[in-house]
Design a protein around this ligand. Structure first.
Ligand SMILES: [Zn+2]
Length: 282
């Protein structure tokens, strides 16, 4: 198995929204806000090459919505979807499977692009697109809190192209890649757990979006059911803290991966690594 990670781009979002009831005086020790209270977030994707498959997990915001939309999100930096894949030696047509942890626009927007005729088509022409059935049904009938995060142009063209595949229950996706399901942030969010060199990498998605969201009580205001998120985080942290496992932080601009310890003051990232540093640990 080979892993390749890259940051497509960064964007800015309200700092308070990312930390719910945690006061700014505390969360700003982790991530500094600008004059508009915005904080930078990354859009990190992961490629898993294994058993003849090239699997891409999440794919950022995409660029089909145009400049106005992207300007509102204050997009900056990053390698781009195409550039980040190319650095790993991959092109769009190499991808065999796209796993979408969930369908909020900042996780699945790169799935669909505008072709030269202006039509919306799958960005990865040879890929199947995997999403949990629970999440798909939720996105098709969204509650008012989440509705703005589900953009029809990100979703319907996947179905229309006939490449939409459902994950109906947790389990092994392929050897070394397990998909689990959590519901606190949004119903049916997929959390991939990858086994490589006898250790586990947890793709944190929006269960553990940044290093600062490891403490159980540090949660996003976007979580639909925050008490469920805290139960889910506690179970995951109990399972993987103080092991060789690392959490991969999709939205953290500073820390790509972290190992977690259960300390006297709760769960904390005690070692931050790039993915390659973590992979080369003895
Ligand atoms: Zn989300």
């Amino acid at each position: 198995m080979k892993l390749h990670s890259f940051n497509i781009a960064n964007f800015r979002i309200d700092g308070g929204a990312m930390f719910g009831v945690v006061p700014k005086l505390i969360w700003s020790n982790y991530i500094e806000a600008d004059d508009n209270n915005l904080i930078p977030l990354a859009l990190r994707s992961l490629v898993i090459e294994t058993h003849g498959r090239i699997i891409l997990i999440d794919n950022g915001i995409g660029d089909k919505q145009g400049k106005k939309f992207l300007k509102r999100l204050n997009i900056f930096g990053g390698e781009g979807l195409e550039g980040g894949l190319a650095r790993g030696g991959y092109s769009f047509s190499d991808i065999t499977d796209v796993i979408l942890t969930h369908l909020h626009f900042d996780h699945c927007g790169g799935s669909i692009m505008k072709n030269s005729e202006g039509q919306l088509t799958p960005t990865f022409p040879n890929a199947k697109y995997w999403v949990s059935k629970t999440q798909w049904n939720n996105a098709m009938n969204p509650n008012p809190r989440e509705a703005d995060s589900f953009l029809p142009e990100n979703l319907l063209p996947i179905q229309e192209a006939g490449v939409l595949m459902f994950i109906e229950q947790a389990g092994e996706f392929c050897s070394g890649v397990e998909l689990r399901l959590v519901d606190g942030h949004t119903p049916g969010q997929i959390i991939p757990v990858i086994t490589i060199a006898n250790r586990k990498l947890i793709y944190g998605a929006d269960l553990f979006p940044t290093k600062a969201h490891i403490p159980v009580k540090y949660n996003m205001a976007y979580d639909l059911e925050v008490t469920k998120t805290m139960e889910e985080k506690t179970a995951w942290l109990n399972e993987f803290a103080d092991t060789r496992a690392a959490f991969f932080f999709e939205h953290d601009t500073q820390s790509e991966c972290g190992q977690v310890s259960n300390t006297e003051r709760g769960f904390k990232v005690t070692n931050s690594y790039t993915l390659n540093e973590w992979l080369s640990l003895p």
